[in-house]
Design a protein around this ligand. Sequence first.
Ligand SMILES: CC(C)(COP(=O)(O)OP(=O)(O)OC[C@H]1O[C@@H](n2cnc3c(N)ncnc32)[C@H](O)[C@@H]1OP(=O)(O)O)[C@@H](O)C(=O)NCCC(=O)NCCS
Length: 406
Amino acid sequence: MDEELKPMLSVREFDPDRDTERVEAVERICEVGPSGKLSLFTDMLRDPICRVRHSPAFLMLVAEIGEEVVGMIRGCIKTVTCGKRLSRNGKHNANNTKHVPVYTKVAYILGLRVSPNQRRMGIGLKLVHRMEAWFRDNGAEYSYMATENDNLASVKLFTDKCGYSKFRTPSILVNPVFAHRARVSPKVTIISLSPSDAEVLYRRRFATTEFFPRDIDSVLKNKLSLGTFLAVPGGSYSSETWPGPDLFLSDPPKSWALVSVWNSKEVFTLEVRGASRVKRTLAKTTRVVDRALPWLRVPSIPDLFRPFGFHFMYGLGGEGPDAAKMVKALCGFAHNLAMEKGCRVVATEVSPNEPLRSGIPHWKMLSCDEDLWCMKRLGEDYSDGSVGDWTKSQPGMSIFVDPREV
Ligand SMILES: CC(C)(COP(=O)(O)OP(=O)(O)OC[C@H]1O[C@@H](n2cnc3c(N)ncnc32)[C@H](O)[C@@H]1OP(=O)(O)O)[C@@H](O)C(=O)NCCC(=O)NCCS
């Protein structure tokens, strides 16, 4: 590091009035992903803190050299499931035992950026250290971050210098929104649930899923949550005969599934940069054909080379032998909702072991097979009880990806 710059570097809390424009300028020149390939740019719609502001506790820091903003980092803290234990009080099976979640306070780092001309001078490292100090002061027991597997700078910074280890590798599955409606199987009925009914279903059936947020009720009631949708076999239940979550769970159909949809379009837009002229023209041609001849159902590639919004499907789960088929119907339903709202893609993120994955339509070229999550334990003196050190645990079949931090 240039010794002369050291005293001038300061890190402080983001001030929207002072910093918004300067932070956006840094964001615009920061490519995320290896250079020379397609890269993704994010437009935070004049609200650089948007990707954390819906979390229970959040902070954004900026690094400054003189008057110049040269880097930033966002972080948030929430309570999530890190494992499960047997409880003997429930009346849920012959032994009167059931699994209940074990919760921990976890912090998440995202949106770390350093201006290209100020890199390799220790600014990124300093921002991470300062954020971790805030995490510790606020009682977080773990900290994690997500990055592309091939983002060498980011992976090395966190694993070599900050003590993080590779933890989970969920897949981001992205499907384009076509100009024609997706087909939803007529054998499936889709019921829209109220946030409170959805909360009961999630807490009863999915609370032991890793990263399940204890404040699921605030996620479901957030204005960005467009609803929770339940798929059941046609003829079992309908919106009119929906008996409420308790009766439903006491006599569920053989298979069912549910998903919630988050309106990320209101938070930020994305843009793919670095595509060749040939690729852009090809994509445009498929759209022209799809729009002109919608009955052909040509799978058109949406215009991702201009800023676009998307919906995020979260809380995907289900039970029974046909649950993946139910998920497929839900994805068709979510596609049509995204089409009505003018989104160009629908995305979700699932565990590599997710049993319902086969029901999620997606395009490989738009998806990311391995989103690398790295985690660190922030202190050694926690009593994790039966779970032990979470960073050393085996992944579960499913993972809950909180839409607030997408
Ligand atoms: C990742 C990023 C924030 C690093 O910022 P930085 O200020 O350059 O990082 P630092 O100078 O603090 O580097 C600390 C350590 O990280 C590792 N590192 C950083 N950049 C690296 C690179 N390009 N190649 C390999 N290792 C790298 C090194 O171990 C480095 O220590 P060293 O310089 O003593 O070898 C910056 O490259 C960036 O903004 N990238 C684009 C946005 C992005 O990918 N963000 C991360 C998403 S989570």
